[in-house]
Design a protein around this ligand. Structure first.
Ligand code: ZN
Length: 592
């Protein structure tokens, strides 16, 4: 919190709505008092992410993550707290006061801004080169051969890096930019004897954007015979290859609208799909599809379809991504093209209409996975068992209903009985990880009196008033309970009520944050439940107090007894009788 002005954070907390923030990334449906959606933080197929508008908190009952709007943004977009504050401010259209950032953060931001500015200048430069009547001819002719239209060229601001050593370097220096920044951009490579030369020469240029449509890198395809055929910008503070998706800002609105994303492997594949009207297409940048990229898309699309080359490298790449989809709990389908076809050429060959039909017929990821492993397995029992061994771990991670479906399918393909396959599955180990996590969380929840008190404080509006005046010193003993309890009393003191958003902000430990959110989101059936929960709790507290007094009384009685029957002893014994009566009274109505 150090560098953020408290009042600005307060302003954000009070003006933001967690439901509208989260539903930017995850479709939410109203269910009772909560909104439910598929959790983006763990693999799942049935929604366990609960978002509560009234309390302005979220919690996932699957993986246990929970907190307020900042917690969500920090985890979803992997941001620091100050970054999450900025992100939220931007979303709400509120200007961030400059004092919000520390000096280092400001320097970092400035560096990023300057690098992006250099990239934007370079993108414009390359594009102007492509469009210049003389100089841009090689690039334009190449694009004509690949059947790219003017519209696509403009939409993706394609460019051309001239066949010369330092045209971009010269241009950037003329703009009066800091030479060390230019070098940091990676677009100009420094020569030992001073000066520099352009990274991209005689190449067609594909600007790569982040999702806010800021140019952060370039891809370049050679127009000569140079190797490599494709060259990318080096990684930098603004560019991470494994996290970037080519075409994301162009595709985003359509992905959100269609609830579907197509993923291809190359720039031209991506452009070709856009050109044929499949504007929900993005491409990886010459690396295997990674978890970060899937995560980027999974909140926005219900379905991801991989469209890969028909060659064996394409099949291998598709097969590798199965594990990632599984881990991320995303339902995906795979369209593998015929051998020797790539999406770019294939679309021009079959046309958009035919391709749309084929997309609808693309196979679920798991079917593809099984086909690849079970194809060509001989009738030999050893071979069949080996094939089974290979696919079992993947089948094991599926939800029960799906598992049953695929066990049947495997049984048919390998001519093995379903019972035998199920036995092997069980032998492999117990339930899937998600179920185990859920169980763990259930086990962790509310054990003992201290957590029941915290639960009441979190869930029952009238509880703070009636519980916080009790002497709870002796009850709150566990380290974590004490932390939460302290934060609760602090919040009530400062805000005059139990404001959950504030409470969560005050807890630094994410496990505790999640736990608090989980408790706060459980619902009572009606108000009578709340009242009786509270009554029971108060009664228990009173009983404990009586027992404590009884114990110390007993000690005093034993001390007195050594001195014979005194009047003090008589008084003590009387009080003991009183306490016993009180205890009985308290216990009596509890029994019925
Ligand atoms: Zn989760």
């Amino acid at each position: 919190m150090a560098f953020i002005s408290e009042s600005f954070v307060t302003q954000l907390k009070e003006t933001s709505n967690i439901v509208s923030v989260i539903s930017r990334f995850v479709p939410l449906k109203k269910a009772g008092r909560n909104f439910l959606g598929l959790c983006p933080f763990h693999q799942e197929k049935t929604p366990s992410l609960a978002v509560n508008e009234e309390k302005q908190i979220f919690h996932c009952f699957g993986c246990g993550l929970g907190g307020n709007v900042f917690t969500f943004l920090m985890h979803y977009q992997r941001l620091s707290f100050p970054e999450a504050v900025n992100e939220l401010a931007q979303f709400l259209g509120i200007a961030v006061p400059t004092a919000v950032l520390s000096r280092e953060q400001e320097a970092e931001n400035r560096q990023r801004d300057e690098l992006r500015a250099i990239h934007q200048l370079a993108a414009d430069f390359y594009h102007r080169q492509l469009m210049s009547p003389q100089g841009g001819r090689p690039g334009r002719e190449y694009l004509r051969r690949r059947k790219m239209t003017r519209e696509v060229i403009e939409e993706f601001t394609l460019g051309y890096a001239p066949d010369a050593w330092d045209r971009l370097a010269q241009f950037l220096h003329q703009q009066g930019l800091d030479p060390s920044r230019i070098e940091q951009s990676g677009l100009v490579i420094r020569k030992d004897q001073g000066g520099g030369y352009d990274r991209f020469r005689n190449r067609l240029i594909f600007p790569i954007w982040d999702e806010k449509k800021r140019v952060v890198a370039f891809g370049g395809r050679t127009l000569g015979d140079e190797n490599p055929k494709y060259l990318n910008s080096p990684e930098s503070v603004i560019f991470n290859k494994g996290r970037s998706l080519y075409g994301l800002p162009q595709a985003l609105p359509v992905i959100r609208q269609e609830r579907q994303a197509l993923i291809v492997e190359g720039y031209f594949d991506c452009l070709s799909l856009h050109l044929h009207g499949f504007k929900q297409t993005v491409a990886t940048l010459g690396t295997a599809l990674g978890a970060h990229q899937v995560r980027r898309l999974k909140g926005m699309a219900e379905e991801l379809i991989l469209v890969y080359d028909g060659d064996s490298a394409g099949r291998q790449a598709a097969l590798r991504s199965v594990a990632i989809f599984q881990e991320e709990g995303v339902s995906a389908r795979i369209k593998v093209l015929p051998p020797q076809a790539d999406p770019d050429s294939y679309l021009f060959q079959v046309g958009a209409e035919r391709f749309a039909v084929e997309l609808r017929q693309s196979v679920p990821m798991m079917v593809f996975f099984l086909e690849q492993h079970l194809e060509g397995v001989s009738g030999d029992i050893q071979d069949r068992l080996r094939a089974l061994e290979k696919v079992l771990p993947t089948i094991q991670s599926l939800a029960a209903a799906e598992q049953a479906y695929y066990v049947k399918l495997i049984g048919e393909r390998l001519t093995l009985s379903e019972t035998a396959i199920n036995q092997m599955l069980r032998a492999k180990g117990q339930a899937n990880p998600a179920a185990r996590i859920a169980e763990k969380i259930k086990g962790e929840q509310v054990k003992g009196l201290e957590w029941r008190i915290i639960e009441a404080l979190l869930r029952i509006p009238q509880a703070p008033e009636r519980l916080l005046n009790q002497d709870l010193q002796n009850v709150m003993v566990g380290l974590e309970a004490v932390q939460v309890f302290k934060a609760i009393t602090q919040t009530v003191k400062e805000k005059g009520a139990l404001d959950l958003v504030w409470l969560l902000e005050g807890l630094e430990n994410q496990t505790l944050k999640s736990r608090v959110a989980a408790l706060a989101l459980q619902e009572f059936i009606d108000e009578r439940d709340q009242e009786s929960f509270l009554q029971d709790l108060l009664k228990t507290l009173e009983l404990r107090a009586i027992r404590r007094r009884e114990r110390s009384l007993l000690q005093a009685i034993q001390d007195q007894e050594r001195q014979g029957m005194t009047s003090e002893l008589m008084a003590l014994l009387e009080r003991k009788q009183d306490l016993l009566k009180q205890r009985k009274q308290l216990l009596a109505p509890m029994k019925n």
